[in-house]
Write a protein that binds this ligand. Structure first.
Ligand SMILES: [Zn+2]
Length: 305
């Protein structure tokens, strides 16, 4: 049995998996801004899952950030109480066992590669597009990490092939302008619609207005699809993945799966004659919101295989 923990900013979710089958799942609120209380909540969640499952297991944890390979401390986390903390060492001490920690987008990619929309594919690029953008890369079942702990983080690259209207682009919280995230996140779509129309609407409202025939909303979606196609074509040119799996709130936009691959072909090297020459698939996540917590458990897949 393996245990996965998805340590988010507002909730902590835990799951016990046995051979990929869920045998227990629990969710609690994250103690806001309190590191020690957060550690305690994770430990209690693990203990409760073990009681319900009737067995112990290795623990994997997904976090909204990364553990710096250099220092072992958490960095780039939007749950700021984790930043600079030795989370892995602390949890290993409290749980008395080795713990694996990975970025939550990496966990998503691991889950979808293991038994989700990327099952059986050699190279999987897993993307979360929701309030922000994150991504992870899994090659033959193994998540890629690197010396900076940022493999897959393409959301803070500039949008490729920008039009004049897209330059320099919106300011991003990371300090740059025109990051992919400022266009492809849910708030990015909302901001684009507001710039074009002067009106406010949520991404869900924009999508439903577009399908009801609203031309301005449809134009917002067309710009969004073009931007996603360019952003993902750059990934195809570098990584050449078998499948790109979309998760997060924006992955619920059904038309993306037909329209984006039709638009990315001209931006993919050596694909001049149409989308059939690009064999990369764009697929919707199979496990939805559960991918993060499942992927955290799958961090131990090599140990239990
Ligand atoms: Zn940025």
């Amino acid at each position: 049995m393996v245990i996965g923990i998805d340590l988010g900013g507002t909730k902590i979710e835990g799951i016990a998996l046995d051979g990929g089958v869920e045998i227990a799942r629990l969710r609690v609120s994250t103690p806001r801004g309190d590191y020690d209380a957060t550690l305690g909540a994770v430990v209690r969640l693990v203990r409760t899952l073990e009681e319900r499952a009737g067995a112990g297991g290795a623990v994997g944890v997904g976090i909204p950030g990364t553990v710096s390979p250099g220092t072992g401390l958490v960095k780039n986390a939007n749950s700021v109480c984790l930043i600079g903390r030795p989370l892995k060492a602390d949890l290993e001490r409290l749980l008395d066992r080795p713990v694996r920690i990975a970025n939550d987008a990496n966990c998503f990619a691991v889950s979808e590669a293991a038994d989700g929309a990327g099952a059986g594919a050699a190279v999987v690029f897993g993307v979360i597009v929701g309030t922000g953008t994150g991504a992870g890369i899994v090659v033959r079942g193994e998540v890629l990490t690197g010396p900076n702990g940022i493999a897959g983080e393409w959301g803070h690259n500039p949008l490729p092939s920008p039009t004049d209207e897209e330059r320099p682009g919106p300011r991003c919280y990371c300090g740059r302008f025109g990051c992919i995230e400022t266009f492809l996140s849910g708030p990015g779509m909302q901001a684009d619609y507001e710039r074009a129309t002067g009106r406010r609407a949520t991404a869900v409202e924009i999508v439903s207005a577009a399908s009801a025939g609203d031309r301005e909303a449809a134009a917002t979606l067309e710009r969004y699809e073009s931007r996603m196609a360019r952003a993902l074509a750059a990934i195809i040119n570098v990584l050449d993945p078998d499948v790109i799996v979309l998760g997060g709130g924006m992955s619920n936009i059904e038309r993306l799966y037909a329209n984006v691959p039709a638009l990315w072909a001209p931006h993919v090297f050596a694909s001049s004659a149409g989308s059939e020459f690009v064999r990369t698939r764009l697929a919707r996540a199979r496990h939805g919101d559960a991918s993060g917590v499942r992927g955290a458990a799958w961090l131990w897949v090599d140990a239990v295989r």
